[in-house]
Design a protein around this ligand. Structure first.
Ligand SMILES: Cc1cc2nc3c(=O)[nH]c(=O)nc-3n(C[C@H](O)[C@H](O)[C@H](O)COP(=O)(O)OP(=O)(O)OC[C@H]3O[C@@H](n4cnc5c(N)ncnc54)[C@H](O)[C@@H]3O)c2cc1C
Length: 370
């Protein structure tokens, strides 16, 4: 069967806070964005609305003084994007060709051509895949199990309680240290007899009176009740083979994140983990007309509000680009949709066919005299 062909000025991948904010801004700018998001899939842990669909209370998103449930917040984002005319398509993007504009995106049933592409495909927290870890009602995810201490650590449920952190890298040490602000005691459970974290993070954790370690041990299961949430973890000592229940009120899985960027390998610049590299002064990637926002390009902050902020930037960048205005690139140059490159010091413009045009008043005055 022939694939349906769609063509749009602005195409957005991902309907988390970044993608939906990019949609709100570009729809209000009359750019009629097409937003594509993967369907709900329990195995791949995807849900339209992104990562906040698997959490409960969001207490730190500005504008909701009493807090709001993650799925409710994302429903608000979506309605706002719909209100200004965003077009939605539920599909997996399986392949992209970014060699030339319009860029081409492939789903099972469509080929989509995009004059500008905003990538907001997010990141996925890595999970252990053990019983009790899944989102409620299948497990205790959102009821004592989390993968984000900044997000969930301050919740009343964890105050002055014993919390388990699973992992041995920088993420785990950061999460454990942060959680000591609220928890009575934080216990790091690690599979090996030493940490992978950087020396400075290790020292910080070792010197913290509230942090203890259980070495050479795996968490095999998270246990609890619907009413209380998490009540403990089943531990397996890998040296002695002993198994026991360790009582705790919460479990933070801190074994890292994986940005959803496999699709762009070999086409877009990324760091060693796979996070997309953007300009810093804009959300431009190394390909003019391709912008990235949210967790897919942010290994540091990873919050809904920062994702929404960069989503707004991406929409404004795409709008500028389509309006023939220059957009800052990771090289420091600025580039227009016609392929003109403006040097980082703004003293020269190189046209798409390679001509150099001076852009400094002194050089131009000199040329006028000659
Ligand atoms: C358990 C948990 C609790 C959290 N709590 C908070 C909190 O309280 N406060 C806070 O500020 N932050 C919280 N966060 C972090 C926050 O959820 C993220 O920072 C935010 O969701 C990032 O938004 P995003 O739009 O960049 O990406 P995401 O929310 O990850 O959305 C990306 C979307 O892209 C889609 N996608 C990916 N690849 C493809 C593809 N090939 N084709 C089509 N679609 C694709 C995905 O399905 C997904 O829907 C939490 C995170 C977790 C995991």
């Amino acid at each position: 069967m022939a694939k349906k062909n769609l063509k749009r000025d602005v195409v957005i991948i991902g309907s988390g806070p970044a993608g939906l904010t990019a949609a709100i801004y570009s729809a209000r700018a009359n750019l009629r964005p097409l937003l594509i998001d993967a369907p709900a899939d329990a195995h791949k842990q995807t849900a339209p609305g992104g990562q906040l669909m698997i959490t409960t209370d969001v207490e730190n998103y500005p504008g909701f003084s009493e807090g709001i449930q993650g799925p409710e917040l994302m429903a608000e984002f979506r309605q706002q994007a719909e209100r200004f005319g965003t077009e939605f398509l539920e599909a997996w993007i399986n392949e992209v060709d970014l060699a030339e504009r319009p860029f081409t995106l492939y789903t099972d049933e469509q080929t989509i051509e995009a004059e500008t592409l905003i990538i907001a495909s997010g990141a996925s927290a890595k999970w252990l895949g053990i019983p009790g870890e899944a989102k409620i009602p299948a497990g205790f995810g959102g009821n004592g199990v989390s993968a984000c201490a900044t997000c969930d650590g301050p919740l009343p449920h964890f105050r002055n309680k014993t919390i388990v952190v699973v992992g041995g890298g920088d993420t785990a040490m950061e999460e454990a240290t942060f959680l000591t602000r609220y928890a009575g005691r934080v216990v790091v459970v690690h599979r090996r007899d030493k940490l992978r974290a950087s020396k400075i993070m290790q020292e910080k954790a070792f010197n913290n009176q509230k942090i203890d370690f259980i070495w050479n041990t795996e968490v095999e299961e998270i246990v609890g009740t619907d009413h209380e949430g998490v009540t403990g973890v089943k531990l397996h000592d890998l040296k002695t083979g002993e198994k026991r229940i360790f009582p705790c009120a919460g479990v933070f899985i801190a074994i890292g994140h994986k940005p959803n960027t496999d699709l762009f390998k070999g086409q877009l610049d990324m760091d060693e983990v796979g996070y997309l590299k953007t300009s810093g002064h804009s959300t431009s990637t190394n390909i003019p007309g391709v912008f990235a926002c949210g967790d897919v390009q942010d290994s540091v902050y990873r919050q809904a509000v920062t994702a929404a902020g960069t989503g707004c930037m991406s929409a404004i960048d795409a709008e500028r680009f389509l309006d023939h205005l220059p957009v800052a690139m990771p090289t420091g140059e600025e580039v227009t949709i016609e392929g003109e490159h403006i040097s980082p010091d703004h003293r020269a413009i190189i046209t798409a066919d390679g001509h150099l045009i001076p852009n400094s008043p002194e050089i131009m005055a000199q040329e006028d005299c000659e």
